[in-house]
Ligand binder design. Structure first.
Ligand SMILES: [Zn+2]
Length: 232
């Protein structure tokens, strides 16, 4: 794998090509949206790409759907092809992008390197215990409303503000499945961070404070490397 030189805006004048990492509950999706808005880059989320390709019934969407429908993971080859398609769009080439949910493992990282790699890897760091606590606090209602015991509590305990029905915790948000996904993140995704650290493009931000505080840290870290090539 070609080693990138540490990012120097004077040498690297193309649009920003970013990737964001963090365990579930770290708020990385929200930060990715804020970053995309602020810097005018495309927000390329694998979750959104999957939904869009499936709803448009493209060839790739149909292939992904066959695996998802049988409860299997979508193979890397299909995911790599989908992401590659979005990174080759005119918008992503011209304005740059932030990838969210990709790469998740070494084989995806190699595919991304073949597409030109990234200029910035942002890690939203959150202790596992805090991730379990945040996700475990999510409350849902059959009407579609969602709450959080700490950040967005319903007016009456466990009762939906909009329809009055009892709230519930999704099975996926219970501690055991959350811990299982966190273990997978540590086993397959976290090792990719050392690759980006070696390339000199990793920015690590503390994910524990409020969303706006985390975003300010991200911006101040990016400002140091993006200033010369983007209007901030
Ligand atoms: Zn409701």
């Amino acid at each position: 794998m070609a080693k990138r030189k540490p990012l120097n805006p004077a040498e690297d004048s193309g649009p920003p090509r970013m990737v964001i990492f963090g365990v579930q509950g770290s708020g990385k999706g929200t930060q990715a949206e804020l970053i995309a808005k602020r810097y005018g880059v495309s927000h390329v989320s694998t979750g959104n790409i999957f939904r869009s390709e499936i709803s448009k019934k493209t060839a790739l969407g149909k292939r992904a759907m066959r695996f998802l429908a049988s409860g299997k993971l979508v193979p890397d080859a299909v995911t790599n092809a989908m992401v590659g398609k979005y990174l080759k769009t005119a918008a992503a080439r011209r304005r740059g992008f932030i990838l969210d949910g990709y790469p998740r493992n070494h084989s995806q990282l190699k595919a991304l390197e073949r597409l030109g790699g990234v200029t910035h890897a942002i890690e939203i760091a959150l202790p596992d215990r805090e991730a379990v606590r945040r996700i475990g606090g999510r409350l849902n209602c059959v009407c579609g409303a969602s709450y959080h015991v700490d950040h967005n509590p319903p007016r009456r305990r466990n009762i939906c503000d909009s329809c009055g029905r009892a709230l519930f915790v999704r099975n996926d948000d219970r501690p055991a499945p959350v811990r299982r996904r966190i273990r997978i993140y540590h086993r397959e995704t976290a090792p990719l961070l050392s690759h980006y650290r070696r390339q000199g493009v990793l920015l690590r931000v503390d994910g524990r404070p409020a969303i706006s505080v985390v975003f300010r840290s991200v911006v101040s870290r990016l400002r140091k490397t993006l200033g010369a090539k983007t209007r901030i």
